[in-house]
Design a protein around this ligand. Structure first.
Ligand code: ZN
Length: 235
């Protein structure tokens, strides 16, 4: 038997955005409106864009995808490339958007952990919102190290029930599914509350005032409870 090969230690978990320079490209080569009947056209234009901007002989391609899992109450995330493939389930109460983000994060960690060097890498996601978010994260990180602040807050809520923790985390970071944030991400037409007719911005503060949540407030005036009450009514 030969000598035991020396194993290289895995890198400790870190925020990949601190180590990788990420640029987000959000446009196809041609402008096109997404409608139900032109998926094939969009697919062709996307492939054309990829081939022109990121030819396979010069770029390492990583595909990411997030989806809702029918059999579970939560999202799934997938990462595909020539070197690695991953598919995993996210916790309950997660959204497609979070699935997309988790897939991109997984891709970044794989790229960092495997130390793929000397090659340009492109992560291909069909979620414009997720790419925009990743770009913003990078900018926030450089500006104020938001991740550190958020992780400290996350320690505080470790003892909450999962559902309450999710709501608290979303409300604290501002990355929630209320119209104020959804509008910022370009996912809804405007940021006003669609539950009532007060024409107020639907943010965390509005949850304490929205007349449609009056009964919910009597049951439990906790913001995390009101968050889920609002979300249930919005679906
Ligand atoms: Zn309202």
């Amino acid at each position: 038997m030969g000598p035991i090969p020396k194993l290289e230690r895995n890198l400790p978990p870190q925020d990949p955005l601190e180590y990788i320079d990420v640029d987000a490209e959000l446009n196809l080569n041609k402008h096109i409106k997404k409608t139900a009947n032109n998926n094939e056209v969009i697919r062709q234009i996307a492939l054309e864009t990829i081939n022109i901007k990121y030819p396979k002989d010069k770029w390492f391609h990583v595909y990411t995808d997030g989806s809702l899992l029918k059999q579970y109450d939560g999202a799934g995330a997938g990462v595909h490339s020539a070197y690695f493939n991953h598919y995993f389930k996210l916790p309950d109460n997660t959204t497609v958007f979070e699935g997309e983000l988790a897939a991109i994060e997984c891709a970044l960690k794989q790229i960092l952990g495997r130390r793929i060097k000397d090659q340009q890498i492109v992560i291909l996601s069909d979620s414009q919102a997720a790419l925009q978010k990743e770009k913003q994260s990078r900018e926030n990180l450089l500006r104020e190290k938001t991740y550190e602040n958020i992780s400290k807050e996350y320690d505080k809520i470790a003892n909450f029930t999962r559902k309450r923790a999710v709501a608290h985390f979303r409300l604290y970071t501002g990355h929630n599914c209320l119209n104020d944030h959804l509008h910022r991400m370009g996912l809804v037409q405007n940021k006003l509350c669609t539950l009532c007719d007060l024409n107020r911005v639907q943010d965390a503060e509005h949850l304490t005032k929205c007349p449609q949540l009056a009964v919910s407030r009597q049951i439990n005036n906790d913001l995390t409870y009101l968050y889920w009450a609002a979300r249930m009514k919005m679906i």
